[in-house]
Design a protein around this ligand. Structure first.
Ligand SMILES: *Cc1c(COP(=O)(O)O)cnc(C)c1O
Length: 397
């Protein structure tokens, strides 16, 4: 089959929930992807911040192959060894006390919401609690996660959603304060907003919300699904601020391609939260994903990925500042580490599409942001290569 036939077959068979770029990707190597025509692309999207090690990482592939032959799935009715290792390692890097593995980011959010509700239920002896989330947030597409996603366009067709959710303005402490009442059980936000347009939380907001939570016994839930796992130069972005959440979520780069997410919490929350019968999953935390998570964390520590991200991320920011200077329709850059956005006054979808012609994969965030979430193993030379390609694209606008 040729490229057009693959695309046609997919369009006939798959539910049309995406307007895909006309690209059939076939294999990857390092930080490059190759399509069915053999065309090479520099990957600055990493499958939406998933492929932290790029493609074809030998230790990772070997570990997965070994686990496939040994045991892939058991259900959670029994113990398995890889997930025990993965859990211990995850708790060590996150400074949390208890973790539950899920199959996706959205499910991690679902779990975090249930954990917070159960905590408040145990404490107060009744249900009916509320959650404060943020405008322009993104937490996933399942009904619970969609209910806390501050995007009317995503929500509208599926209403009524989960009740008891209020939306504050991100980085505006007063707007959060104004929504707190006796029913509030949790405040939920992304430490760095991803889909909404790459907005890092301010230190003032992080510290202020933490203080509000402590004063009112409200749980702080940080969504680290996109910004976690070393993407910002810290294992989790909240560590940069020294503001620890009560519950946090992870996914995306957690499995580096194997579908896995997690929600984790402190012992204090766990004691009053989900108990046997309250939550479950058939696949979640099976031996296969356990091997993936365990290997990813080992490799990140061994290769000191977080420090590498700090260094290359600083260089990427320098080069993006040059782009902002050079093109008057590029008005700003913002981000942390290797999670960066360029604010662009031209249609960003078109920029991303044109970039493909130049052999560069970039994505968008919000209405006007070019998003860069490359593999964390990129080197400065890849940043230079990206800038060269991006300039060629921007010159045509
Ligand atoms: C991607 C994402 C999710 C949802 O994860 P899925 O695996 O797509 O369900 C939730 N929160 C944030 C911040 C994300 O970037």
């Amino acid at each position: 089959m040729n490229k057009q036939e693959y695309m046609d077959a997919a369009e006939h068979a798959l539910l049309h929930t995406y307007n895909r770029f006309p690209l059939v990707l076939e294999r990857g190597e390092g930080v490059y992807l190759y399509d069915t025509d053999g065309k090479k692309y520099l990957d600055f999207a990493a499958g939406i911040a998933v492929q932290a090690f790029g493609y074809g990482k030998k230790e990772y592939n070997d570990a997965l192959k070994k686990q496939i032959d040994l045991l892939m799935h058991t259900s959670n009715l029994y113990y398995n060894i890889p997930i025990m290792h993965a859990a211990k390692k995850f708790l060590k890097i996150s400074d949390m006390d208890r973790v539950f593995f899920t199959n996706s980011g959205a499910e991690a959010i679902e779990g975090a919401i249930k954990a917070a509700k159960k905590y408040a239920f145990t404490r107060d002896g009744h249900a009916g609690h509320e959650i404060i989330a943020m405008q322009h947030s993104f937490h996933g597409r399942t009904i619970g996660a969609l209910s806390v996603t501050g995007n009317a366009h995503y929500q509208e067709p599926f209403e009524p959603l989960m009740p008891g959710v209020k939306f504050a303005e991100y980085n505006n402490l007063d707007s959060v304060k104004a929504l707190i009442n006796d029913k509030t059980c949790a405040i939920l936000f992304e430490t760095v907003q991803g889909e909404g347009g790459i907005y890092p939380a301010t230190a003032e907001f992080m510290e202020g919300v933490r203080k509000l939570c402590d004063e009112h016994d409200i749980l702080l839930i940080l969504d680290e699904i996109q910004c976690g796992m070393a993407r910002t130069g810290y294992m989790f972005a909240w560590q940069k601020y020294g503001v620890k959440p009560d519950i946090m979520t992870s996914a995306k780069a957690l499995g580096c391609g194997v579908p896995v997410g997690a929600f984790a919490m402190t012992e204090h929350v766990a004691e009053k939260s989900l108990a046997p019968g309250d939550h479950g999953t058939t696949y979640g935390g099976n031996p296969f994903v356990g091997a993936a998570v365990s290997t990813v964390i080992d490799l990140m520590e061994k290769e000191q990925i977080a420090d590498h991200v700090k260094e290359v991320g600083a260089y990427l920011e320098e080069r993006l500042a040059e782009i902002v200077d050079k093109y008057d329709f590029i008005t700003a850059h913002r981000g942390v580490g290797l999670m960066q956005g360029l604010v662009c006054e031209k249609p960003v979808g078109k920029v991303a599409a044109k970039a493909l012609e130049e052999g560069l994969i970039i994505i968008t965030a919000g209405a006007d942001v070019i998003r860069m979430v490359p593999p964390l193993v990129i080197e400065k030379e890849h940043v230079d290569e990206m800038i060269g390609k991006l300039e060629k694209v921007l010159d045509t606008f």
